[in-house]
Design a binder for this molecule. Structure first.
Ligand SMILES: Cc1cc2nc3c(=O)[nH]c(=O)nc-3n(C[C@@H](O)[C@H](O)[C@H](O)COP(=O)(O)OP(=O)(O)OC[C@H]3O[C@@H](n4cnc5c(N)ncnc54)[C@H](O)[C@@H]3O)c2cc1C
Length: 294
C-alpha cells in the first residue's frame, strides 16, 4: 500500500519547526529517521496532513555531556550513539542499542524517535525509565522537561502534546559504585522483545528494575529490598545470588508483567522470562557496582 497524500516541510530552525507543527492544528507529524513512521504511513495507520522533517533543524544534532547528563538531540542517529566513545558515560546505551532492530535501521533511526514512538517492547524507552532520564520537549509555550517515568502513558502514547517536538533526552552519566544490566529475549535477533529487563544498582543506594515487552509501557520498580535479602541469603556465593533473586522476584514479576499474552508468547511465559532475566541481570549489576567501587 502507498501512503495517503501529505504535504512535506523541512524547516531549518526550531521556532520554525514548532510553528509548522502548531500550524497543522494536530494534523501534522514530525519525521526524524522514518524507521517507524514510514511503515505506519505506508499501511495508512496514520494519515497526517503534513510531515515536518526535523533533520535540517539547527542544533538538534547535539550530542554532548553537560551537568552530569549525556544529552542526545532529536536528530542524533542510534548508530552514532552506539559507536561514539562519549556513550561510555552511560553504559546502558552500549548494552541496549545493539538490540534495537538491525544495523541498517539504527543508521537512520534516532534515539529520540524511539522515545516519541513509545513502542512498549522497545529498548530505549526502558533504558530512559530505568535511569530516570529527562525528556526535553519544545512547543509554542517554550521548553519543558518531563521525567521519563512519567512520559510513557500507554502503548504508543506519551505525555508529548500534539504541538510539541521532543528536542532531546538527558541521560544521567554513570558514577562510581553503579552497576548496570540489560537482557532481552526475542524470537530472532532484531525482533522486538518478548520480554526484556534493564537494571541499575548503586552501592548503598537503590536498585531499580525496568521491564519492557511485558506491559503497555516500560514498568519500573525499586527492588533494593529484594536485592538486600538475596545478598544475605547467598552468603557471598556469586553463583547463588541470581538464583536467590530469581525466586524472590516472583511477586515483582506478577505485579509488573501485565499481559495476557499474544500470538508470540503467553503472559505466563513472559512472567517467567522476566523473572529469570531480572534475577540474572540484577546479580550481574550488583557485582559490577561493587567491582566499580573497589
Ligand atoms: C523491521 C523493523 C524492526 C524494528 N525493530 C525494533 C526493535 O527491535 N526495537 C526498537 O526499539 N525499535 C525497532 N524498530 C523501530 C526503530 O527502527 C526506530 O528506532 C524508532 O521507532 C524510530 O526512530 P525514528 O527516528 O526512525 O522515528 P520516526 O520513524 O521518524 O518517527 C516515529 C514516531 O515518533 C515521532 N517522532 C519522531 N521523532 C520525534 C520528535 N523529535 N518529536 C516528536 N515526535 C517525534 C514521529 O512523528 C512518529 O510518530 C524497528 C523498525 C523496523 C521497521
Amino acid at each position: 500500500m502507498k501512503a495517503a497524500p501529505f504535504a512535506y516541510v523541512r524547516p531549518s530552525s526550531l521556532p520554525e519547526a514548532v510553528a509548522e507543527l502548531g500550524g497543522t492544528g494536530g494534523g501534522g507529524k514530525v519525521i526524524a529517521g522514518g524507521q517507524s513512521l514510514t511503515p505506519v504511513l505506508a499501511m495508512r495507520l496514520a494519515r497526517p496532513d503534513t510531515l515536518i522533517d526535523i533533520n535540517a533543524v539547527d542544533g538538534l544534532d547535539r550530542f554532548a555531556r553537560r551537568d552530569g547528563f549525556l544529552e542526545i538531540g532529536a536528530t542524533v542517529r542510534q548508530r552514532r550513539v552506539e559507536h561514539d566513545p562519549a556513550s561510555a558515560a552511560v553504559p546502558l546505551l552500549g548494552m541496549a542499542l545493539p538490540w534495537v532492530g538491525h544495523r541498517e535501521l539504527r543508521s537512520r533511526g534516532t534515539v529520540c524517535g524511539s522515545l516519541a514512538h513509545a513502542d512498549p517492547a522497545a529498548e530505549l524507552p526502558a533504558v530512559a525509565c530505568c535511569l530516570a532520564a529527562e525528556i526535553v520537549a519544545t512547543g509554542p509555550g517554550g521548553q519543558r522537561r518531563i521525567p521519563a517515568r512519567e512520559f510513557f502513558s500507554g502503548a504508543m502514547t506519551t505525555a508529548l502534546e500534539p504541538d510539541e517536538i521532543l528536542t532531546a533526552v538527558r541521560l544521567p552519566v554513570a558514577r562510581a559504585g553503579e552497576g548496570f544490566g540489560f537482557a532481552e529475549i526475542a524470537r530472532r535477533h532484531g525482533d522486538f522483545a518478548l520480554a526484556g529487563v534493564v537494571v541499575a544498582v548503586r552501592v548503598g543506594g537503590e536498585a531499580v528494575l525496568t521491564g519492557f515487552g511485558v506491559s503497555d509501557r516500560p514498568v519500573t520498580t525499586d527492588v533494593s529490598g529484594v536485592l538486600d535479602e538475596a545478598v544475605r541469603a547467598a552468603c557471598g556465593d556469586r553463583g547463588r545470588l541470581a538464583e536467590e533473586l530469581g525466586e524472590r522476584l516472583a511477586p515483582v514479576a506478577d505485579e509488573l508483567v501485565d499481559t495476557e499474552g499474544d500470538a508470540h508468547a503467553s503472559g505466563d511465559y513472559r512472567r517467567r522470562l522476566f523473572r529469570v532475566l531480572a534475577g540474572r541481570e540484577l546479580a550481574k549489576a550488583y557485582h559490577r557496582a561493587h567491582e566499580e567501587k573497589a
